[in-house]
Every structure is written in structure tokens, then in C-alpha cells.
Unconditional design. Structure first.
Length: 494
């Protein structure tokens, strides 16, 4: 007599190792009788359990006994049991479903509270020894994560970054975790070689976890009977901010995401992209401008021209020398940074001067006027209703005018919300609350600007002509408000 036990496996799953071994022994005629304590020990899947009891075991000539459920397949007189057994299997199945729902609900509560519930922390973090649901920084791995982002900002492709890390003999995430003593296995592994690949780099560059945001619930099991999981839409992910210490600033992370959406392919024989790659747009059609080279009298010249023109889709070439464009962009950026630094100095010097001087008074006046207009619309709607009830206008006229007033009121509410948001920003006296400002100040003090600095500063460069170039900075609206507070708005526009 042999005993088959599957500790730690769900009864819903019939792929349990010992169960499968038992079935193989049945097929080899080593077993002619199976005894379990109760039906739930065989399985908790209503359909599969019934299939084994009613079809497979009889076909294989195996007697089945469930002791506490008083069931014996050899007892042909137990007709009542033949009716009750399916109900018992159904109850066992329902029990599993109920437990699954409760566990899933409990895990969702933990996710919404920002608790980490994964088996292994992402590369760059480890589980807090004092709280397994909290992440703390792994200093060595975090240094590599910062290097990956630094290289990306400097124009390196994912493959170039991977090659550089391999050249530095840095262990890839999976091997690093194993070296750290973790019994880690990943479905992403594609090779037995211990090397970084482009996909590993991209996963790090796209992981919002490094900004201190806990993002969980990206995949969900199909149901309690099926182990496979399916990805869910990004809108359904559970995101909780400030759950752990960030490795990468939000500003840098967001800029890297923008860079990855740009067309910034590395040219042949080049380690990184060109200084303005992916940032230059045509002022007429809005399409990317492409960098090209030409050789004349043994000398190579580089220039940008419109991609629509090159593809024969209309527009004009808007051709411009790369050197001239670069000089113009850097000159414009430095000028705007200079104004920004001057604005900060002015705002710091005025300190606690009343906020009305920064436009709050004007905003309050606009809000009062909008509130009066809103009340006037409410008044008109009431009069309109009285006119309809008194027969002055018919229902069709009422519906038409009522719709107009309702639309007007919605428009007023939107305007009020915009002004309220602007007022809140203007009322903020602590300029250190602007995380982008510190990056801009640091870059503004540099003598030279490289690829990293330009992508952190510039949103896009729009070329209308050789002498008509407009540089749009990141956080442009915030910069305008900031400079406006210092009374330098006209200089920024100039």
C-alpha cells in the first residue's frame, strides 16, 4: 500500500505531482483501489472531480472510497450516494471559489495601501527585514539603475547600455538576485548566458517603481481554476505614490519616457544619438526633421531637413545647418535659463510681500465676475421654466434655451476650475516645492550643455526657417507663471 500526498498544492489543480504519479501507477495496473479521507482530498474542482469518479476510475477498473463521506464505488446499492456526491463536490468547489475571492480581496486591500506583495523586489530594491511589505534601496543595484538612466539621457540606446554594463562585468538582475541568495526565477529569461540584454534595460527604464510609486495589479489570474494570468489595462493598475524611497526623480523618469517615444535611433558606428536627435520639428507640418550629411570638397557638412519633404508628402525642406541650429538652440536655452534664475532671485528677495502683487488679486476679480455670471444663468433658467409653465413659450423653445444656459454654466465652471488651480500655484510661496526648478538651476550654471542637459530642458525645437527657430522648454506653463510672478514675462516672450 502506498500513500500519495501533495502538500502545498491547491485541490483545484489536478496537475499535482503526486496525483499525476498515482494516475500513472493506475495505468500501469499497480493500483486497483484509491482511498481518501473525504472527497475534497481527491480534488475541489467540481467538473474534474466528477469526471474522475464517474468516468476515469470506472474505465480504469479502480475502486474509489471516500471514508468520511461514506462513499464506495463498489457499493452499487448506494443510489442516494450517487445523487449526493455531485452536490458535495459542488460544495467543495464553491469553498475554493469563496476562499479565492477572499484572498484576492485581501491582496487588493494591501495593494491599495501601498504594501508590496510580490515574492521578489525589483532590481534596485530589497524587502525591508522589519516589514516584508515595504521596500528599501539596495545601494549597489540602485547605483546601476541610476547609471542606466544616466546613459539613456546621454543618448545611448538600450542595446548600447546593455553592452556597456556587460563590459563592466555587471551581473544582470536575475543573476544578481541569485548571487544574493534568493531562489529567483524569471519568465523573462531567454538565454543561459549571464548577460544584460536590451529588454532588461528597457524594463528598468519603463518601471515607475523607481520614482517611489508602487504599481501593482498589472496582471490578473483568469479565475481560481486557471493558473495563467492575463495583463490588465493600465487604467486598472493600482498606483500608490510615496510608498518607498525613490531611486530616480519623477522629472528624470518622465523625460526618459518621452525620449523613448521619440525616433532616436543610433546611427551606424555611433555609440549614442546626436545632440538634437528626436527634438527638432518642422514649423509648418509638425513632422520630425531628419539629420543628414553631405560631402563637398572633401569636407562633410551636417544639416536637418523636413521628413515630409523627403518622403514626397508636401511641405518644403526647411533645410538648416546642424551647427547653426545647435548654436541657436543653446543660445536660446541659456537666455531663458538666465531669466528663470533672475526670476528666482527676485522672488526670494521679496519674501513675504502680499500675494496680490503676483496676480492673485486679478484672479480673485475674475472669479467674482464668473460667479456673478453663473448666478445670472441660474436666474435665467428659473425664469425660463416659469415662462414655460405660464405658456409664454412652448416646450421645444424651453428645451433649446435651457440647453444653451446649461452649456454656458458648464463652461463657466471649467473656467473657474482653471483659475482656481492657477491661484493655488501663485499662492505657493515656497519655490522649493517645484522639483523641476532645481534641475533647471543646476543646468543653468553649466558652461556647456550636452545631450543629457538638453533633453532634460527641451520639449521640442520648432524650425520655421533659418532665422526663425522656437525652443519650447519642458514645464513651459509653470515657467511662464513663475517668471510672471517676478515681472519678467515680457523678457521671456522676447
Amino acid at each position: 500500500m502506498e500513500e500519495y500526498t501533495d502538500d502545498g498544492y491547491s485541490g483545484v489543480n489536478f496537475e499535482r505531482p503526486s496525483f499525476q504519479r498515482m494516475i500513472e501507477d493506475v495505468k500501469k495496473k499497480k493500483i486497483n483501489c484509491i482511498i481518501v479521507k473525504d472527497l475534497s482530498r481527491l480534488g475541489r474542482n467540481y467538473i474534474e472531480t466528477g469526471r474522475y469518479i464517474e468516468r476515469i476510475f470506472p474505465f480504469l477498473g479502480v475502486r474509489f472510497i471516500a471514508i468520511t463521506d461514506h462513499y464506495d464505488s463498489a457499493d452499487e446499492s448506494g443510489d442516494a450516494d450517487q445523487i449526493i456526491i455531485p452536490f458535495k463536490n459542488l460544495i467543495n468547489d464553491a469553498y475554493c471559489r469563496d476562499i479565492s475571492i477572499k484572498i484576492r480581496s485581501q491582496l487588493d486591500v494591501k495593494r491599495k495601501n501601498g504594501k508590496f506583495i510580490g515574492s521578489f523586489a525589483a532590481y534596485g530594491y530589497i524587502k525591508d527585514p522589519g516589514d516584508k511589505n515595504h521596500l528599501i534601496i539596495d545601494e549597489y543595484a540602485a547605483k546601476i539603475v541610476r547609471l542606466v538612466y544616466e546613459l539613456k539621457l546621454n543618448g545611448f540606446s538600450a542595446m548600447s547600455i546593455a553592452e556597456k554594463l556587460n563590459g563592466m562585468a555587471v551581473l544582470p538582475p536575475m543573476e544578481y538576485k541569485r548571487m544574493s541568495g534568493l531562489n529567483y526565477n524569471s519568465g523573462f529569461r531567454t538565454s543561459s548566458e549571464q548577460k544584460w540584454g536590451a529588454k532588461s534595460v528597457i524594463r528598468i527604464l519603463e518601471n515607475e517603481l523607481y520614482t517611489g510609486v508602487m504599481v501593482q495589479g498589472k496582471n490578473r489570474k483568469i479565475n481560481y481554476k486557471v493558473k495563467e494570468s492575463r495583463p490588465v489595462s493600465a487604467e486598472q493598475w493600482i498606483r500608490v505614490v510615496n510608498t518607498h524611497e525613490p531611486i530616480i526623480s519623477t522629472n528624470i523618469f518622465e523625460r526618459v519616457q518621452e525620449i523613448m517615444r521619440l525616433d532616436t535611433r543610433t546611427a551606424p558606428a555611433e555609440e549614442s544619438v546626436y545632440l538634437l536627435s528626436g527634438l527638432v520639428r518642422c514649423g509648418d507640418c509638425g513632422q520630425n526633421m531628419i539629420r543628414r550629411s553631405t560631402t563637398k570638397n572633401g569636407k562633410t557638412y551636417h544639416y536637418f531637413h523636413c521628413s515630409s519633404y523627403r518622403n514626397g508628402e508636401g511641405c518644403t525642406s526647411h533645410i538648416i545647418s546642424e551647427n547653426k541650429l545647435t548654436e541657436s538652440v543653446i543660445e536660446a536655452v541659456k537666455a531663458q535659463l538666465g531669466i528663470l534664475l533672475e526670476a528666482e532671485n527676485i522672488l526670494r528677495s521679496v519674501g513675504e510681500v502680499q500675494k496680490e502683487q503676483y496676480g492673485v488679486k486679478a484672479l480673485n476679480t475674475q472669479l467674482i465676475e464668473l460667479e456673478k455670471e453663473y448666478e445670472r444663468c441660474c436666474d435665467l433658467k428659473e425664469r425660463l421654466y416659469r415662462d414655460m409653465t405660464e405658456g409664454v413659450i412652448d416646450r421645444e423653445e424651453y428645451a433649446e434655451y435651457n440647453q444653451r444656459f446649461t452649456a454656458k454654466m458648464e463652461e463657466i465652471k471649467k473656467s473657474q476650475n482653471v483659475l482656481e488651480d492657477k491661484k493655488v500655484r501663485l499662492m505657493s510661496t515656497d519655490i522649493r516645492l517645484r522639483p523641476w526648478l532645481e534641475d533647471f538651476k543646476r543646468i543653468g550654471k553649466l558652461e556647456t550643455l550636452g545631450r543629457k542637459e538638453l533633453v532634460l530642458l527641451i520639449n521640442r525645437v520648432v524650425v520655421f526657417g533659418k532665422d526663425n527657430i522656437v525652443v519650447h522648454l519642458n514645464y513651459e506653463d509653470e515657467i511662464c507663471e513663475f517668471v510672471e510672478r517676478a515681472g519678467l514675462a515680457q523678457r521671456l516672450e522676447a
